[in-house]
Design a protein around this ligand. Sequence first.
Ligand SMILES: Cc1cc2nc3c(=O)[nH]c(=O)nc-3n(C[C@H](O)[C@H](O)[C@H](O)COP(=O)(O)OP(=O)(O)OC[C@H]3O[C@@H](n4cnc5c(N)ncnc54)[C@H](O)[C@@H]3O)c2cc1C
Length: 312
Amino acid sequence: MQAPDEASFRAEARGWLAANLAGEFAPLVGSGGPGREHELIVQRMAWERRLGEDGWIGIGWPEGDGGRGLPWSHQVIFQEEYARAGAPARVGHIGEQLLGPTLLMFGTAEQRGRFLPGILTGTQLWCQGYSEPDAGSDLAAVATRARLDGAEWHIDGQKVWTSLAQFADWCFVLARTDPAAQRHHGLSYLLVPMRQPGIEVRPIVQLTGTAEFNELFFDDARAAATDVVGAPGDGWRVAMGTLAIERGVSTFGQQLGFQREFEAVLANARAAGALADPDIAARIVEAWVGLQVMRYTALTTLGQSGSGAPGA
Ligand SMILES: Cc1cc2nc3c(=O)[nH]c(=O)nc-3n(C[C@H](O)[C@H](O)[C@H](O)COP(=O)(O)OP(=O)(O)OC[C@H]3O[C@@H](n4cnc5c(N)ncnc54)[C@H](O)[C@@H]3O)c2cc1C
């Protein structure tokens, strides 16, 4: 299908958001941002389903996989309009922005057919199980291990900083499946159901008093033998594919959301006469510079992706 021109697509997105962020969803405007991740969570999950019903999830995915096949430009426009409308922080972005594109790149037809519809309809939430207490920047130090026994992987270990795990139905887990292999070798990318006795989720309460992050403990947790993306032992390549798309189109929306917060802070500082304080003025300038860097980094990333291939 030919993509609509950018102006009419922008009008369509803006119109849809205005019409739908009303009634039961009106209280969601501006909700769920940093420090408020817990806010109106049930309503925000319902909002995910509303987005899905009207085809606003996975708009860049191929039509054959349930998306709309829209180019980057349109995806950015949607993100811009979403932020401008003050629409709520997404609960489903890890599935839509990370796991979905990963399955499009590396998943089997069976995996795409089984998992993409739940993401597209906003009915299945995902979290990302990469970081561990001793494997953050040094991700290849992952020590969570999985052992294949018949039809199931048996998983033991710990993840940390797992965003939104308390709401997730599934987690994509980077685990060591070949105990003899070192570092980047012998890892596998497993799709693990969250609601099972072998998984414990412990929220990490932040300075704000709320918890976006969690610790995840695996004690003989199970995943189906077939729920591995890419070949067993080839998890590093798949995990890097996911990371390559993590800072894509959605960064624009985030940047616009931060821009709105920045403007509110600036207005408050002006009203309170706080800009005369050089420390406050310097911090505000620093935040503004950070916003510009974020914006131009995202533009550069998208510019380099040329053909629109995810991860380029
Ligand atoms: C908002 C947010 C959401 C997140 N959500 C998730 C999630 O859902 N799932 C998940 O798996 N993870 C998540 N993370 C975790 C994130 O990926 C890790 O924070 C990241 O991998 C860094 O690991 P670390 O925090 O252990 O820091 P460390 O790796 O311990 O780094 C600490 C500091 O040391 C520096 N450093 C590290 N190594 C070197 C080096 N070799 N040379 C010089 N400096 C170095 C780092 O730059 C950093 O300043 C999230 C993080 C944030 C901030």
